[in-house]
Design a protein around this ligand. Structure first.
Ligand code: CAA
Length: 286
C-alpha cells in the first residue's frame, strides 16, 4: 500500500524548484523548500507570492486560497528539515556530482518509505539513484519551464524503480493538476530527446538561412503552431541550461545535432544567457 504523500520537500528553489513548490502548494500539499541561503529561499517565496497574487488579481483564485497556499510553504537551509517528507523533489544545479551528493545525504535523512525524485532534465536518473541505498525508491519527475504553466511532467523510471514508487509519483503529479507521462531513463527522456536537437537546428538555421531571430520565431509560431518562437524559448530556458542539456545529450548519444551550436556557446561566453541576464537573442527590461 503506497504511503500517502502529505508533505513534499523541494531542494533548490531556483526557477524550476520555486515553480515546483508553487505547483505543490497550489495543489494543497505542504512544502518544505530548502535553499543554500535564507535570502535565496525568501526570493523564491516572493516569486511564488507574486504569481499567486497575479492569479487573485485576474480573478482566477480567491484571496483566502492564495493565503492558504502561501501558508503551506515552509523554508529552510537545513536538509535535515526534510526528514519528515513523504516525497523529496530535487531541483538543484544540473551537475551529477552535486546531485549524487544530495541524494546520498537525503537517503540518510528521510524515512525508509519516502520517495526521492529528481527534476533533472538531461542527467541519468540511474546514476543519481545509485548514490543511495534505496535505488528502488528513486524516480525522475521532470517538470517543464515554467512549471506552474506547463502541464507535462515526465515520470522516469530506472531498471530498479519499484512499480509502487513509479505509480505513486505518477499519481502525485496528477493530484497536483499536472499531465504526467511514463517513460524509462534514457538520455533526454522523451521531450528533450526531441526538443533539444530541434532547438539546435533552429539556432543553426539562423546562420544558414540568414534569417533574424524575430523572423525565425515568427516562422515557427505561425508556420508550425509553436506557442513561442525557438529564440524566445531558449531565452526563457536559459542559454547556459540549454547548452548544458545539449552537451549531456551529445555525450550520451554522439549525434551531431545534439551538440550545442557554436553561436550559442559564444553567447554564453559573453554572458548573454537569456531572460535571466536581461539579454540573449532579445533584451528584457525586468
Ligand atoms: N512563471 C511565469 N508566469 C507565471 C508563473 C511562473 N512561474 N506562475 C504563474 N504565472 C502567470 C503569470 O502571472 C502570467 O500572468 P500575467 O502576465 O498576467 O502576470 C501568466 O502566468 C502567463 O500567462 P500568459 O498569458 O503570458 O501565458 P501564455 O498564454 O503566453 O503562455 C507559456 C505562456 C505557457 C509559457 C507559453 O508561451 C508556452 O507554452 N511556451 C512554451 C514553453 C515551453 O516550451 N517550455 C518548455 C521549455 S523546455 C523545458 O523546460 C525542458 C528542460 O528540461 C529545459
Amino acid at each position: 500500500m503506497a504511503r500517502e504523500i502529505r508533505k513534499v520537500g523541494v531542494v533548490g528553489l531556483g526557477t524550476m524548484g520555486a515553480g515546483i513548490a508553487q505547483v505543490c502548494v497550489q495543489g494543497g500539499v505542504e512544502v518544505v523548500g530548502c535553499e543554500v541561503s535564507a535570502e535565496l529561499g525568501e526570493r523564491a517565496a516572493e516569486r511564488i507570492g507574486h504569481f499567486l497574487t497575479r492569479a487573485v488579481e485576474k480573478g482566477r483564485m480567491e484571496q483566502a486560497d492564495r493565503d492558504a497556499a502561501m501558508g503551506r510553504v515552509r523554508l529552510t537551509t537545513e536538509l535535515g528539515d526534510l526528514a519528515g517528507c513523504d516525497l523529496v523533489i530535487e531541483a538543484a544545479f544540473e551537475d551529477l556530482d552535486v546531485k549524487r551528493e544530495l541524494f546520498a545525504e537525503l537517503d540518510r535523512l528521510v524515512g525508509d518509505d519516502a520517495i526521492l525524485a529528481t527534476n533533472t532534465s538531461a542527467l541519468s536518473v540511474t546514476e543519481i539513484a545509485a548514490a543511495t541505498e534505496r535505488p528502488e525508491r528513486v524516480v525522475g519527475m521532470h517538470f517543464f519551464n515554467p512549471a506552474p504553466l506547463m502541464a507535462l511532467v515526465e515520470i522516469v523510471r530506472t531498471e530498479l524503480t519499484a512499480d509502487e514508487v513509479f505509480d505513486a509519483a505518477y499519481a502525485f503529479a496528477e493530484r497536483v493538476g499536472k499531465t504526467p507521462i511514463r517513460c524509462h531513463d534514457t538520455p533526454g527522456f522523451v521531450v528533450n530527446r526531441v526538443l533539444i536537437p530541434l532547438l539546435n537546428d533552429c539556432v543553426r538555421v539562423l546562420d544558414e538561412a540568414r534569417v533574424t531571430p524575430e523572423d525565425l520565431d515568427k516562422g515557427m509560431k505561425h508556420g508550425a503552431g509553436w506557442p513561442m518562437g525557438p529564440c524566445e524559448l531558449v531565452d526563457l530556458v536559459g542559454i547556459d541550461i540549454h547548452i548544458h542539456a545539449s552537451e549531456a545529450l551529445y555525450a550520451a548519444l554522439r549525434e551531431p545535432r545534439m551538440a550545442p551550436p557554436p553561436r550559442l556557446v559564444r553567447m554564453a561566453q559573453a554572458g548573454l544567457l537569456g531572460r535571466k541576464t536581461g539579454s540573449g537573442f532579445y533584451t528584457y527590461d525586468e
